[in-house]
Design a protein around this ligand. Structure first.
Ligand SMILES: Cc1ncc(COP(=O)(O)O)c(C=O)c1O
Length: 340
C-alpha cells in the first residue's frame, strides 16, 4: 500500500512473473490448435516428445538413457511430486522456493532443509536442488553437482534438479544441467524445466521433466489416472517454443541489461549483492532486517520481496525480480539513485 501511494506509481519487482510478450509464433501455434475435441495424451504428442528429446540433448546436454514427460507448469510438479512418489523424507535447500516445503507438507513427508554441500545430507527419498536458484541467483559449481550425483548413487535417493532458470546466465560460468554432468548415467536423477520464464509462457502452464526412465515411468503411471494432462493446444505451443532458441537468447539479453542497470544503482545506494549470477533475481542486503529494506524501497514506490519468505537464512536480504518493463526498471534505478 505504501508503494502504491508513490506519486510516480508503483513498480512491482516482487513477483517473478514475466511481463515481456509471448512470441508471436508460439501464440500462433496455440491458436491453430483450438479444435481439440479429444483427451490429450499424458505422455505428449509424438511431435512434442521429439521436441523435448531434441531439446534435452542439444540444450541440456543430456546423454545416455533418459525419458521425457510434459507437465502442467513446474510449480504443480514440484508441489505434487512427493505425493506421486510417496516420498517419506524430502530434502530442500535452506534458502529456497517455498513450494518444495509445501509439496512435502501436502504429502505429510518429513521435510529437512539442507546446506548446498551434498556430503552433509542425511539419507532421503527425494532431494531438491535448484540452480540457478530462486531467490539467490546462485549457480551450483560443477563439483557441487558432482557431489549431488554421488549422493544419489550412494544412497539410492532420487535427486530432482529444478533448472527452470538455466536459460538466463548473468555473470561467471554458464549454469549446467545435472544431466550433462551425469555423463549418461541418469539413474535417480531428474531435471525439471519450465516454459514460463524461458519463453514468456507462464500463463500457458507448461513444463517438462527429463531423466531416469524408471522414475518417469512411475510418474507417468500415476498421472494416467490422476490426470494433470497438458491440454493439447498447450502441447502444440510448447512444441513450437522448444524448437526455437533465438527468442530465449533475446529474453536472456533483456534480463541481463535490466540486471546491470539495477545492480549498479543498488551498489551506489550501499547495497551488497550476493550470488545473483544467473536467473531472474537480484539477492541483496543493506545488512538490516529485510522488512526495513522492503519498507525503504516501498517509500520509493518499489515493491520487493523480503528474504525471510525463503527461509530464516534470508532474514537480512531482499529479492528483486527483473520482471518489469525496461522503462519501469530504468525508473526504479533512477528513484534509487535520486534517494542517495
Ligand atoms: C525455482 C522455481 N521452480 C519452479 C517454479 C514454477 O514455475 P512454473 O510453474 O511457472 O513452471 C518457479 C516459479 O517461480 C521457481 O522459481
Amino acid at each position: 500500500m505504501r508503494a502504491r501511494e508513490h506519486g510516480g506509481g508503483i513498480i512491482d519487482l516482487s513477483q517473478g512473473t514475466p511481463v515481456d510478450k509471448t512470441p508471436d509464433f508460439i501464440q500462433e501455434a496455440l491458436s491453430a490448435a483450438t479444435n481439440s475435441p479429444s483427451y490429450p495424451v499424458t505422455i505428449g504428442t509424438p511431435e512434442l516428445r521429439e521436441a523435448m528429446r531434441n531439446w534435452a540433448t542439444n540444450i541440456l546436454g543430456a546423454t545416455g538413457d533418459f525419458d521425457v514427460l510434459p507437465t502442467i507448469g513446474s510449480k504443480e510438479l514440484v508441489a505434487w511430486l512427493p505425493s506421486i512418489l510417496q516420498s517419506k523424507t524430502v530434502l530442500y535447500p535452506k534458502i529456497a522456493y517455498p513450494t518444495y516445503l509445501v509439496g512435502s507438507m501436502i504429502h505429510g513427508a518429513e521435510a529437512i532443509a539442507v546446506d548446498i554441500d551434498a556430503n552433509s545430507w542425511p539419507k532421503s527419498d527425494l532431494a531438491w536442488i535448484n540452480s540457478p536458484s530462486n531467490p539467490t541467483g546462485r549457480v551450483h559449481s560443477i563439483s557441487e553437482i558432482q557431489s549431488v550425483i554421488s549422493y544419489a548413487r550412494k544412497n539410492n535417493s532420487l535427486v530432482v534438479s529444478d533448472e527452470c532458470y538455466l536459460s538466463f546466465p548473468a555473470t561467471g560460468p554458464a549454469p549446467a544441467s545435472i544431466l550433462k554432468i551425469a555423463g549418461g548415467d541418469n539413474k535417480n536423477l531428474l531435471a525439471v524445466h519450465s516454459m514460463s520464464k524461458r519463453s514468456n509462457l507462464a500463463g500457458y502452464r507448461a513444463g517438462l521433466i527429463v531423466g531416469d526412465p524408471d522414475v518417469i515411468a512411475e510418474i507417468r503411471e500415476v498421472r494416467k489416472h490422476a490426470g494433470m494432462m497438458l491440454p493439447l493446444p498447450i502441447q502444440r505451443a510448447m512444441t513450437a517454443a522448444l524448437s526455437d532458441e533465438a527468442h530465449v537468447v533475446e529474453q536472456a539479453e533483456r534480463y541481463a541489461k535490466r540486471r546491470e542497470l539495477l545492480s549498479a544503482a543498488l551498489i551506489k545506494a550501499g547495497f551488497t549483492i550476493d550470488f545473483s549470477d544467473a536467473g531472474l533475481y537480484i539477492w541483496c542486503s543493506r545488512n538490516e532486517d529485510c522488512w526495513s529494506t522492503v519498507s525503504w524501497l516501498a517509500d520509493l514506490g518499489i515493491l520487493t520481496t523480503p528474504g525471510i519468505f525463503y527461509g530464516g537464512a534470508g532474514s537480512k536480504y531482499i529479492r528483486i525480480a527483473m520482471t518489469a518493463t525496461d522503462n519501469q526498471i530504468s525508473e526504479a534505478a533512477e528513484r534509487i539513485l535520486e534517494s542517495i
